[in-house]
Ligand binder design. Sequence first.
Ligand SMILES: Nc1nc2c(c(=O)[nH]1)N[C@H]1C(S)=C(S)[C@@H](COP(=O)(O)O)O[C@H]1N2
Ligand SMILES: [Mo]
Length: 407
Amino acid sequence: MDSGPAAAPAAALSRRRLFRLSAGAGLALPVLATVPAGTAHAAGPIVKPLPPDLLTPRGTNAETRWDAMRGQGYFTPNDRFFVRNHTSTPRIDASTWRLRLWGTGLRGAPDEARAVEITYEQLRRLPAVTIAAAIECTGNGRSLYTTQQGQTVSGTAWGLGAIGVARWTGVRLSTLLERAGLTRDAVDVLPRGLDDPFTDGGADQGRVRRPLPVAKALSDVIVAYAMNGVPLPPDHGFPARLVVPGWVGIASIKWLGDIEVSRTPLSSPWDTRYYRLFGEGYPETGSAPLTRMNVKSAFELAWNAELDARTQVLHGRSWSGNGPVRRVSVSTDGGRHWRPAAVRLDDAFHPRGWVRWTVPWRPPGPGRHELLARATDLAGTTQPDVARHNTLGYLFGAVARHPVTVK
Ligand SMILES: Nc1nc2c(c(=O)[nH]1)N[C@H]1C(S)=C(S)[C@@H](COP(=O)(O)O)O[C@H]1N2
Ligand SMILES: [Mo]
């Protein structure tokens, strides 16, 4: 469902001039001008209301309740989209905000002092695209390592609600990079957020940032300024964020301040200390940095939901960072018998989103039951029975055993 024209050469030229102009004008503007010390924060780390029927608070984060997806359309409404904040949502003034592009991988902007600067208005005048894409936290489902597999992991104890699918509108990162003078030998880009620096066990890790290979940056990544048809809400990255389809949520940097572009590989704690697999069977320095998300499924039901004894239709969604989900099987008897779920075929038109499915169920009687859903993506990957343990609890992709009680 990508839309929007490719840039016409004439337009490219004038935008190019625009960039050059603003690059010069921006020289005097210090990088911190957009987030002055003492930036106003809401009472908590999250700005939007957290009604308990839509979102479950988890420290600086909030998790979408799966029962709040029941009866919704394809997209996750903004009011219930999960929030993952390393610190707090900053309030940024779009009129003074600039996106700054710089680095050895850009002709004419080799260092931060000579950055190419783009204003909010300029960004919104560039050729736009709208894509449907999931953003999912790498730790989605982490608590199941403990509750389902009896294993110890560290990090936010998410259920399966650290995922949302939205319509993101913005400018292709390739458009910005090319107009900013991308060199042929650039290898990495390093987008950085304007939220407060992140401290871990007393150690300052700096601002949230994570390198992205140029190949991915040029393929389907966008700099988004709208979410489901409205300007990005503060918690989701206003005025602009990256959307990196299919990849670990951390790649989709919110509150974008600058993007370094480099001819040599870049790194940050978010691709060395975090977002790798550590633990038994992994190297001391961890696995390779995580990229794509795995296959998962969820029922549109509260955990431990109470259900009527009558015949009913169970609803759920499945997704994968590796392309569309091809089929889903459901078991309502703890995994003994499986039957195919009816997958909505039109949902597969959104290859970076999820698919909705249904299955009828007549509960055999009152009491506790376990509902299971197992998806297979187009690449042929099927959710396993057991997820391989890693100490930070990433990528829990095993079939979840969803407890319900029939009255
Ligand atoms: N600047 C910045 N970007 C960020 C984060 C952050 O804390 N700061 N969190 C990341 C993580 S870990 C995830 S999962 C997604 C969550 O996006 P959302 O809060 O819009 O759901 O944003 C990513 N981008
Ligand atoms: Mo995340």
